[in-house]
Design a protein around this ligand. Structure first.
Ligand SMILES: [Zn+2]
Ligand SMILES: [Zn+2]
Length: 295
């Protein structure tokens, strides 16, 4: 075994591994030490080695004897995270048996502001570096509220990361007042923006039909009533798709539909503008037409 093989074993174990698991693969501790001295591996705390490609947030959490959690873990899981803050600390989970103190190799002053610490009880099995997915979602609800949770949950459902049993387990772990969100969630939201729109309009009693296929137009994000199309555009609506969107709107109008189109900045940062537009359209009955869809 050589220094290179020590690195190869840590990579094989997922890029982060406990010393004992690396040694169990036949690597000598001396090779691990040399790999660290040569900068080929990092040791965020005693007993854990990671490759230099490990995200800084993961190294930070590990250095506290913790794991990435909440919105930080959500991003690592590929969930849609409602990004409404300028500065985001690392969200770190530390189980109840440990303290959020940094157990550093080169001790630094303990800086409690460096991470947003979570100390809740686990809901599913964590990995060495990350809380379980259900635990992550429940933390997002507690830390960021219902909208961020709902958007993250729908993106997990869309990617089939959660099966029915896990969905039920998550629901039962939530405060009773929030459980309806799990029932309301669907697996066909194209983006978190759609999740937000559907959730926010629900309080106005507006029922939206998602992902409606309209002949000649294609699939639209939502139809309200029978002919009001609502589209929540992510960042894929620039360039050639911008023209395509205009064509869709024109064809839809010719068929008797009215389209309202909103982008990320409007939905996330200026919701009141979006809300006023939709409510005005509905109050003028633009969502009701004999020319539109007949349900
Ligand atoms: Zn958090
Ligand atoms: Zn920290």
């Amino acid at each position: 075994m050589t220094v290179e093989s020590a690195v190869a074993v840590v990579e094989m174990l997922g890029g982060a591994a406990r010393t004992r698991d690396v040694v169990a693969q036949g690597v000598r501790k001396g090779d691990l030490t040399r790999a660290r001295q040569e900068g080929l591996l990092l040791r965020p705390r005693v007993g854990v080695y990671v490759t230099p490609a490990t995200p800084p947030a993961t190294v930070e959490a590990l250095s506290h004897r913790g794991r990435i959690a909440c919105v930080t873990a959500g991003r690592a899981y590929g969930l849609w995270i409602l990004d409404d803050r300028d500065q985001e600390p690392v969200h770190t989970w530390i189980d109840e048996k440990h303290h959020p103190m940094r157990i550093a190799i080169h001790p630094e002053p303990d800086d409690r502001a460096c991470c947003a610490f979570h100390r809740d009880v686990a809901l599913d099995e964590p990995t060495l570096t990350c809380v379980g997915l259900l635990h992550c979602l429940r933390q997002i609800l507690a830390c960021r509220g219902e909208e961020a949770f709902f958007a993250a949950l729908e993106s997990a459902l869309r990617q089939s990361l959660i099966d029915d049993e896990a969905r039920e387990r998550l629901k039962l772990s939530l405060p009773a007042a929030s459980r309806w969100l799990v029932d309301f969630a669907r697996s066909d939201a194209d983006s978190g923006l759609e999740s937000l729109v559907r959730l926010r309009l629900r309080k106005h009693g507006l029922v939206l039909t998602p992902q409606v296929a309209i002949p000649g137009v294609g699939i639209v994000d939502f139809v309200s009533g029978d002919c009001l199309i609502l589209e929540a555009d992510g960042d894929t609506h620039e360039g050639p798709s911008r023209h395509r969107d205009r064509v869709r709107d024109a064809v839809a109008m010719a068929l008797g539909f009215v389209s309202l189109r909103f982008d990320y900045a409007l939905i996330v940062h200026e919701w009141e503008v979006v809300e006023a537009a939709i409510l005005a359209a509905v109050s003028r009955n633009l969502h009701r037409s004999t020319a539109g869809l007949t349900w």
